[in-house]
Design a binder for this molecule. Structure first.
Ligand code: C2E
Ligand code: CA
Ligand code: CA
Length: 546
């Protein structure tokens, strides 16, 4: 079957005509950071075409990002434009752009692009002693496809936190380590009678036919041999492994899969080898799906807000609720925020989701107000990323005012870890929120490392104790002593305190005894859809106000 070349086109207009019909074109509209992520998802991507008419600076930055990216830096890049560029064209070519193409396209453009892609697959790269990538890929392909009866595995090896070694000891030392690693990899490779080569930076590829778990021992031995020859520095190695299923699959795809497995453990000190298996495959395809469906999710109202009641410990009445987002995906059903929030925090989309959640909360409060029902405060989660964006306070005020909600009914939950980035800015923003009548809650208090300094410096009204205070495996007496001290400290500082994750009556009784003000947790209620939550508050006769 003919391999269709996939090209990402960064352009608002989709005017690519019939000449391009043999390519698989994927259009994206702008170059926010998450598009780099999207580009990387396409392991069989052949080229990227970027239009520079809209925002030249932004597009140039995107090109630079691509050039600095380990996975994409060799990708053939083309730029399109309506106007003559002059010196800017030189700047683009200096960045390694292959050609600047004037619109409207002439007939030959698609052919030129096609040829460049073909040639780039043969491009010769710099190598460290052993095979270079493109000839290595070809060789691996030749061997694997020619020995279909054998089961091959692709192994990607790299050095844990190599960049740190580079920064601390300098490039010369780093190169010395790489050369040693290259010869060690060759030595081990001989044992396996496999193929090996350098990929880029500190990464090496092996293709072996008898892979088994003993490879981990080989890695340890390589590490030991290198460390023996080094003074002070200690390296450790990581490997990602892909067992080849289809010997005719492009080798670059096989390597990308081994690399995915490697990425899974790249920050884990405790795991040396990871395999690309069914679980990882499912996780990757789900993550891809989340990335490609997120816009649709917002546009089609698939993000739903659930409310988890917050109870007053003394009178056991609902005094508020936390708004927690859920994604009701047409294919996967209900997706937990734990699965998509970290991805959205990486690609920046969380700010859109948060805004959408906040607006839902405002609508809910407005509805109750219009119906003459009692209003209780809703706490919304504010991501770290929201906090660093300019104009957050005005944005929230505008929203809440548009729905005619008094600010005191809109509580903002900020996680303690947000504090680590830019404490001064965070304090300024929080002061401003407070001065405009919003209530600030510090979320997951006690989960970070700077809790006590936060208490003394961060403008706040309420502390939400991290769930681990109640649910850790620690001895219950020690746990209770810590809980008692934290609650006491909060009381002394005139802060209200919410305990999260209350699941049992014993926990509740103890919290009441030590004068914790509020609790939230499965013991009283799970997060509920709006209607169910309303039913609870409407059925309580005397809803308390803050
Ligand atoms: P969080 O802010 O700490 O929210 C509390 C989490 O604890 C919720 O998980 C809640 O369902 C769960 N929980 C509540 N009571 C109990 C209990 O008794 N036991 C146990 N084991 N868990 C309990 P959920 O809804 O899965 O949310 C996970 C996290 O995702 C949240 O942690 C929050 O950090 C984030 N998140 C949720 N919604 C949003 C949102 O709209 N925006 C942002 N930025 N983050 C959100
Ligand atoms: Ca929260
Ligand atoms: Ca929390």
């Amino acid at each position: 079957m003919k391999n269709v070349k996939k090209i990402i086109v960064v352009d608002d207009e989709k005017y690519y005509g019939g000449d391009f019909k043999d390519f698989d074109l994927v259009f994206i509209k702008n170059t926010k950071t998450y598009f780099l992520d999207i580009c990387k998802r396409f392991v069989n991507l052949s080229a990227i075409i970027i239009d520079v008419n809209v925002d030249f600076e932004e597009r140039v930055n995107f090109i630079k990002e691509i050039r600095n990216d380990n996975l994409l830096n060799k990708m053939p890049l083309f730029v399109t434009t309506d106007k003559e560029l002059g010196d800017e064209e030189i700047e683009l070519l200096d960045l390694g752009v292959i050609d600047v193409i004037k619109k409207p396209f002439s007939k030959v453009v698609s052919k030129k692009i096609n040829n460049v892609i073909d040639v780039s697959e043969n491009e010769i790269e710099k190598l460290i002693g052993i095979n270079n990538t493109s000839s290595l890929y070809k060789y691996i392909h030749y061997v694997i496809s020619g020995n279909q009866h054998k089961k091959y595995s692709i192994i990607m090896v790299d050095i844990y936190k190599f960049r740190v070694i580079n920064d601390i000891y300098g490039p010369e030392k780093a190169d010395e380590i790489l050369v040693k690693l290259a010869s060690e990899i060759e030595r081990v490779n001989k044992k396996y009678n496999g193929i090996c080569g350098h990929s880029y930076a500190d990464q090496f590829i092996m293709a072996v036919s008898e892979y088994d778990e003993s490879f981990e021992k080989e890695l340890k031995e390589i590490e030991a041999n290198i460390n023996k020859s080094l003074d002070k520095i200690r390296i450790s190695l990581k490997a990602g492994v892909y067992d080849v299923e289809d010997p005719n699959m492009p080798v670059i795809t096989m390597c990308a899969r081994a690399k995915f497995a490697l990425n899974e453990i790249k920050d884990r000190f405790d795991i040396r080898v990871a395999k690309y298996d069914e679980a990882l495959k499912a996780a990757i395809s789900k993550e891809n799906k989340i990335l490609s469906d997120m816009k649709m999710g917002i546009n089609e109202g698939q993000f739903k807000v659930y409310y988890q009641p917050k109870y007053d410990v003394l009178c056991e009445k609902t005094v508020g609720a936390e708004a927690l987002v859920r994604w009701v995906h047409p294919e996967y059903g209900m997706i937990s925020p734990a699965d998509f929030i970290p991805i959205f925090e990486k690609n920046g989309f969380i700010t859109e989701v948060d805004l959408c959640v906040w607006e839902e909360c405002c609508k809910f409060l407005q509805k109750r107000k219009n119906e003459g029902k009692e209003i209780i405060p809703i706490s919304v989660n504010v991501s770290r990323l929201d906090m660093v964006a300019d104009g957050l306070v005005d944005k929230v005020c505008e929203l809440v005012d548009r729905y005619g909600i008094e600010h005191k009914y809109f509580h903002l939950e900020i996680t303690e870890t947000a504090y680590a980035n830019d404490p001064e800015k965070l304090n300024r923003v929080l002061e401003e929120f407070k001065s405009r009548g919003f209530v600030i809650e510090i979320d997951d208090f006690g989960s970070g490392h700077s809790s006590l300094s936060i208490l003394s410096e961060m403008p706040t009204d309420i502390l939400k104790l991290d769930m681990k205070f109640l649910n850790s495996k620690q001895d219950v007496h020690i746990r209770n002593k810590i809980l008692y001290s934290v609650v006491k400290l909060a009381n002394l500082m005139n802060l209200k305190i919410v305990a999260e994750g209350v699941e049992t009556k014993e926990q509740l009784d103890y919290l009441r005894k030590i004068k914790c003000n509020y609790v939230q947790g499965y013991y009283f209620s799970k997060p509920l859809p709006e209607e169910d939550f309303e039913e609870i508050i409407d059925n309580e006769n005397n809803v308390l106000h803050e």
